[in-house]
Design a protein around this ligand. Sequence first.
Ligand code: PLP
Length: 447
Amino acid sequence: MAKTARWGPYTNMKAVAENGPEVIVRAEGVYAYDEAGRRYIDGHGGLWLVNVGYGRREIVDAIARQAEELAWFDSFGGFANRPSMRLADRLVDLMAPDGMAHVFFGNDGSEAVETALKIARQYWKMRGRANKYKFITRARAYHGVTFGALSVQGVTANRVMFEPLLPGVVHVAAPYATQCSMHPDAPVCTFACVRAVEDAIVTQGPDTVAAMIMEPVQAAGGVIIPPPSYMAQVAEICRRHEVLLIADEVVTGFGRLGDWFGSRHYGVKPDMMTMAKGLTSGYLPMGATAVSEAVFSAFVEGGGSGPEFRHGNTYSGHPVAAAAALANIDIIEREDLPGNARAMGEVLKASLAAVRAHHPYWVVDARAEGLLGRLQLRDPSGRRTGADLTAAVARGMHDRGVIVRPIEDIITYSPPLTINEAQVQEMVAAADDTLTALSAVGSAAGS
Ligand code: PLP
């Protein structure tokens, strides 16, 4: 086992010290290979993001060309590089239906969110309403790890060690159909979680609330798929109370739900959109925050002689990352990967439903939106917690050649958008077979 000084992110280093890290050395298409040469379907898309799949020569070539021509130059003040300008224009063209007009670059999703939160605060100051500084977010939301982004996270376990966090952040319930915390006994959805958003804004005072941030589908919270009209209803409430809506598209952007962006999927035009992950499919790190013309204009009209938005990362608009993003977007467009996500999403949905039908005592919920899927499990014997069970299922799937990400009692799916029907079925069959094996062990133990 390789000993290593590396301290892994969100990693139990005691377990790594005992078992060693699992080293992946190569990847191609939807497959990843470990050091022993074993092949796995990457059902998690390398952390929700390898939308175009692995090993794309044209992205590698674009990176090499740009690195040779101009690997780096500063973007502060008045400097700019051509790839980041081309990318901003391309993104604005792509996001015209979503109402986006300008793009600010960073390096990852946390920075994209941090930037959006700071834009929201400064926007209201520039508009003469400095008291609008609070943020509304939701339970189980994942928005990143920097202090601002962490403060609007709703994953409690991620926050508690770092408190106190940003003041003025209010959490409301998530639209969690199978675990409704608002009206769990109602025979049909009453949209109490939508009313909770308005209640929070009104209770805080609309004049004190800067923005609401939301993932169109909450990914790292456990693939929480809202009722189809949820996001539009929340957007209307935000608009009515003059609260900016930040759509966090870090996972849902670039085709995952079957449309280019999650906001479009749900018929919403937000005021800002954050993105990362699928922007480059992970070939290089990059994040971005897009804003509407109305938001941008407040900064231009603001006057003054210094930089209007006193914010920026050294590597904002990195030319090589921008070249990778442009090549990545070419592929998504040319191969209509949102279309494939839509078609394969139907296969994923049907396959997950079949697992549920096959294992009704183990599967609490099975659903997918595009190529984001979830299997929520329970141990019918009550011997294992949900998290212990999904860890065992993920191990069983791993042994069967499929990598997925367990989150609490949920097995989550987020494969490359290039996946085909047979691969989707194989990826889901690994869960089915593992549950069959666990059932056999359970009944043997019970007999
Ligand atoms: N926003 C969402 C919706 C995410 O899922 C993530 C990461 O998973 C982030 C923000 C943070 O992105 P990063 O890990 O690139 O900082």
